[in-house]
Design a protein around this ligand. Structure first.
Ligand SMILES: [Zn+2]
Length: 112
């Protein structure tokens, strides 16, 4: 089940992206939440037989929650380029949707 591609992704302000889908879901996703969900092996740890083996704890780096650019990757997702130079995380549409839905659940102030 592939997730829908968002219809709109734009910066809300320096700390959040506003992501909108055709079915009406529209969520302000904080960039620090997006960064926390960075799917790359370095941030996520490696998946070994379904268990996540964590790599050494991420340290806070200046600019790590500052987004420099979002680049489309094929037709299945976007690559986030962060101000600390990290750019190996590719967020699939499915992941963005999952992150947005969890943000929407946790935050009652999210605009719909
Ligand atoms: Zn990462």
């Amino acid at each position: 089940m592939g997730a829908e591609r968002p219809t709109t992704i734009r910066r809300l302000d320096v700390t959040a992206l506003r992501i909108e889908w055709g079915d009406g879901l529209c969520v302000a996703v904080p960039l620090d939440v997006l960064r926390q969900h960075c799917p790359c092996a370095y941030c996520k740890g490696e998946q070994v037989f379904g268990t996540t083996v964590m790599l050494p704890l991420q340290q806070f780096a200046p600019g790590m929650n500052e987004l420099v650019a979002l680049e489309p990757v094929g037709n299945y997702g976007i690559r986030a380029r962060w101000a600390d130079g990290h750019d190996t995380g590719i967020y699939t549409w499915q992941m963005l949707r999952t992150i947005a839905e969890s943000v929407a659940r946790d935050d009652t102030s999210v605009a719909r």
